[in-house]
Design a protein around this ligand. Structure first.
Ligand SMILES: C[S@@+](CC[C@H](N)C(=O)[O-])C[C@H]1O[C@@H](n2cnc3c(N)ncnc32)[C@H](O)[C@@H]1O
Length: 264
């Protein structure tokens, strides 16, 4: 099982040597964003979600909830996060409580495939679909949960056409059995055939490569021994392999903005 970490809050407090409630936002930002690009990537996604106060966004694969809290703070919207890993949902709930955002962020432990609520004003998916074998069912399910003309914004990892699989271990897979990478063209085509029209499709790999090059400097700036790589099983190796895969071009990172087709 890839997402095998337990008792994350205890681990964070132990590594940080302080209670969660005392950690500054800069440290939390290095802890709870489980994807390349950190808070900078989420900042790039926010305008494309077209969210305003009072709207509700669906966070598919919400992880530790860093993106959900950032988006709720930045837009004034509500967020419903869904994640299949119980320990992550537990940690995300505590982090959300400490952030004072429990009135606007609800976190559910569920496979997105069996999550029923519908009518969301937007959805986003950050570094999740690599774990999904049946991507058509996954994106059609997201379309079903959105109101017509709602936005779907993705920030996702793809394999480069003709390239070999990236070296394990990876942030999203320890043994490869739950890694289901497809090319960017395949991913985009799948989303388009699942009830969405495309507004934007951007290869952000160069930007992500630069972000990884600056990773050490960023970690030093965050000044916390509890940064994400320290929390994950084999975390440093997984992050390093991800950085290498981005640097060599074995994987690409794409940002996509879609709108739910009226009849989708
Ligand atoms: C690499 S993490 C990204 C977390 C978060 N999106 C972020 O960027 O901080 C991938 C997350 O997707 C979740 N996940 C994978 N498959 C899922 C599924 N079928 N339903 C819900 N969550 C899923 C995992 O539990 C994990 O928390």
């Amino acid at each position: 099982m890839t997402y095998a970490e337990a008792d994350l809050i205890a681990t964070i407090e132990q590594l940080a040597g302080a209670e969660l409630s005392t950690l500054p936002q800069a440290q939390l930002d290095a802890i709870d964003q489980y994807h390349a690009g950190g808070t900078d990537a989420v900042d790039c996604l926010i305008p494309h979600l077209a969210l305003t106060a009072g709207m509700t966004a669906l966070d598919v694969g919400s992880g530790l909830g860093g993106p959900a809290r950032q988006i709720a703070r930045s837009t004034g919207c509500n967020v419903v996060g869904v994640d299949v890993t119980p320990a992550y949902v537990d940690a995300a709930r505590v982090l959300t409580d400490v952030a004072g955002l429990t009135d606007r962020i609800e976190l559910f432990c569920s496979d997105i495939a069996t999550f029923e609520p519908t009518g969301f004003d937007a959805a986003y998916c950050i570094h999740v679909q690599m774990n999904i074998a049946d991507k058509k069912a996954f994106f059609a399910g997201i379309a079903r949960r959105l109101r017509p003309e709602a936005r779907l914004v993705i920030f996702e990892v793809c394999k480069r056409d003709g390239s070999t699989e990236p070296e394990l271990l990876l942030p999203w897979s320890l043994d490869g059995t739950d890694s289901h990478l497809v090319t960017a063209d395949e991913l985009r085509d799948t989303i388009l055939s699942s009830g969405f029209a495309s507004l934007e499709w951007v290869d952000e790999s160069d930007w992500a490569r630069q972000w990884f090059e600056d990773f050490g400097r960023r970690l030093a700036g965050a000044n916390t021994p509890a940064a994400l790589p320290a929390l994950l099983v084999e975390g440093p190796t997984r992050m390093l392999n991800f950085a290498v895969a981005v640097a060599t071009g074995a994987v690409t990172i794409h940002r996509g903005v879609f709108v739910r087709a009226p009849s989708g």
